[in-house]
Design a binder for this molecule. Structure first.
Ligand code: SAM
Length: 227
């Protein structure tokens, strides 16, 4: 199936609400688990000077989990949608204020240099972010600019199904009980996603081939590594 990009930023109030209210806890927790597992594998422990970015953080569910798991580490969630960051900031409790903050930034503007982002991360994570970019190279370009040397990367995203029929089947299988707006968005996201082969080529093109990409299940791939 040919890729059909969807709008980059999620700004429509009903769409943002539906996304923020949905329960993605299983997949959100997987990002934290993957990071824990990778840190253990490379024998790296985090300390208070470490800085973690959650790119295209949306309502901040994953950034919050990371901030809770490593309360001494600073976590910054970045998103270009004010509406999404309002959701994130509204649930920012006193506990999280110590080590979690949000930045309203269009990630493309980091790549083009329109915005100079003065901070560099030790760890960069993202979930369901890459497929939003009309030009995926812009996403990888930004990551290269804002990661320190030896930056750890964990990125998860949807895999584009092979056909329209398969996309419909996958949507019904995984979101059968969800509100219509969420199902519609999920379907659009499946069509906007990349195949594992396409992502693998993107990493080569971006000079990031040290990062490993592999299929996790029917829905997701994961990219992991240190550059
Ligand atoms: C599907 S949501 C994922 C949110 C979050 N990562 C999660 O897993 O719950 C995609 C997010 O990417 C953001 N986004 C898309 N393009 C972006 C860009 N160019 N710059 C910053 N954020 C972007 C959208 O606004 C939206 O909040």
């Amino acid at each position: 199936m040919k890729r059909t990009p969807e709008p980059e930023l999620m700004q429509i109030p009903s769409q943002v609400r539906a996304y923020a209210e949905a329960d993605f806890s299983r997949s959100d927790s997987m990002v934290v688990k993957s990071l824990e597992k990778y840190l253990k594998k490379i024998g790296r422990t985090l300390n208070k000077s470490d800085l973690i970015f959650d790119m295209a953080c949306g309502p901040g569910n994953i950034a919050e989990r990371i901030a809770k798991n490593w309360p001494f580490v600073n976590v910054v969630g970045i998103d270009g949608s004010k509406e999404m960051l309002n959701e994130a900031e509204n649930k920012l409790s006193e506990n999280f204020k110590k080590n979690l903050s949000y930045q309203l930034i269009d990630i493309n503007s980091i790549t083009t240099g329109e915005i100079y982002f003065p901070f560099k991360a030790d760890i960069i994570v993202s979930n369901s972010a890459l497929h939003h970019f009309h030009d995926p190279h812009s996403f990888w370009g930004a990551l290269k600019k804002i990661g320190k040397t030896k930056c750890i990367h964990i990125h998860r995203d949807l895999i584009r199904p092979t056909s329209e029929e398969k996309a419909f089947e996958v949507k019904e299988k995984h979101l059968s009980d969800s509100p219509g707006i969420l199902k519609k968005d999920f379907h659009a996201s499946l069509k906007a996603s990349f195949t594992v082969e396409e992502v693998s080529q993107q990493l080569v093109d971006a000079g990031l081939s040290q990062l490993e990409v592999f299929q996790l299940d029917e829905l997701y791939f994961e990219i992991i590594g240190c550059i």
